[in-house]
Ligand binder design. Structure first.
Ligand code: ASP
Length: 358
């Protein structure tokens, strides 16, 4: 056992970045009603104080509060701040690894964002960034936050040959690539699940590890982090029985730069949308197609030929496809400002091609 309090930032340490969430939540009557609580109430430094006595010897911790929110209120500016804090931490030779405490509602957006903007950098430096959260508030009798936080700290600080640098997530004793963690149940206590296989935190599974390496081999270059006020506006629209063309035409004269279509089945959408979607492309709006089913891949020209310019999202869910499209549109803008003729489709295709770990 060791002490972790107030280590110098100028000596080797694990940096824990606090974003809020249930892991930092407080219930007013935790014994009787643990699920009636406010997320994002407790400072990350206090969360660390609670695990202090069980931190393995030799691990020094430094914390930084980036935000303290309910993650359903996550903003793009906060993603920018988090991405910059992660990059800065990775560049700091005293930082051995990074843990991010986060709400589970939108952890899937943050996971894909960090992979696309910091994944290669973390891998090249051999440092791990670990996202974690909790399903019960910090003062609930069976709070799961402390064990998740401990697992994340351990994983961020274990020797490098066990698992390469990169962006991971840990929940409930299991670890996965952060881009593979998503909340897929509204109320279940094990709601954040890996959308592809994971590994037990204590024992890295070799076939999972080879999947991680396959993803990392294909992810050759991080995308730029959009400036706080320069995120392109992208909306998610869901196709459903009784869909109307107005759902699309509504956006034609707006400042929307992209639409993610959460289609039915294989990512098809209602015929009532077709003409207005063609008009949207003519207006310069980027289109991406995904499935509202919550699982499976959306492939080009299935179930029918794509509208010209519209890309299929592969295995990306609608929230992930939205972040991927925003980052691709931003990357296109920056590439063109630098005189390169790369389009958002070029950048988006690099993301879609990443293999699913099976
Ligand atoms: N609403 C909470 C949040 O996302 C849920 C959680 O953290 O599990 O911040």
């Amino acid at each position: 056992m060791s002490t972790i309090e107030n280590p110098s930032e100028n000596s080797p340490h694990i940096l824990v970045l606090g974003m809020g969430g249930t892991i930092a939540g407080l219930a007013s009557n935790p014994a009787a009603k643990p699920l009636q609580y406010e997320a994002g109430q407790v400072e990350v430094a206090s969360l660390l104080a609670h695990v202090r006595s069980v931190i393995p010897e030799g691990i020094s911790l430094v914390s930084k509060q980036v935000a303290n929110i309910n993650s359903r209120n996550l903003t793009e500016s906060l993603l920018t701040l988090l991405g910059e804090a992660v990059r800065e931490a990775l560049a700091n030779s005293f930082v051995q690894g990074v843990v991010v405490t986060h709400g589970t509602d939108t952890i899937e957006e943050t996971g894909v964002f960090l992979q696309m903007t910091c994944g290669k950098y973390a891998q090249n430096l051999g440092k791990r960034v670990i996202l974690t959260g909790a399903m019960l508030p910090s003062n609930a009798p069976k709070a799961d936050g402390p064990s998740n936080l401990l697992d994340a700290i351990r994983w961020a600080s274990t020797p490098i040959d066990n698992c390469p640098g990169g962006i991971y997530a840990v929940m409930d004793g299991r670890g996965c690539l952060a881009m593979d963690l998503a909340k897929r149940h509204g109320s279940a206590l094990n709601a954040p699940i890996q959308t592809s296989p994971s590994s037990s935190v204590g024992l890295i599974n070799p076939s999972w590890l080879s999947g991680v390496k396959a993803v990392q081999e294909l992810w050759t270059e991080d995308l730029p982090i959009p400036k706080e006020n320069e995120w392109p506006w992208v909306e998610i629209l869901t196709s459903h029985a009784g869909a109307r063309s107005e759902t699309i035409t509504h956006w034609l004269n707006s400042k929307v730069k992209g639409l993610v279509l959460a289609g039915t089945g294989m990512g098809g959408f209602h015929d009532a949308w077709r003409d207005s979607l063609v008009a949207a492309v003519k207006h310069g709006i980027a289109l991406v197609r995904t499935t509202r089913t919550g699982a499976g891949e959306t492939l080009a020209d299935l179930p029918e030929k794509d509208i010209g310019g519209c890309l299929a999202s592969g295995s990306l869910s609608a929230p992930r496809a939205r972040i991927a499209l925003q980052l691709s549109l931003n990357a296109e803008k920056q590439a063109q400002a630098a005189g390169k003729s790369l389009t958002w489709q070029d950048f988006f295709a690099r993301i879609v091609v990443l293999p699913v770990i099976r």
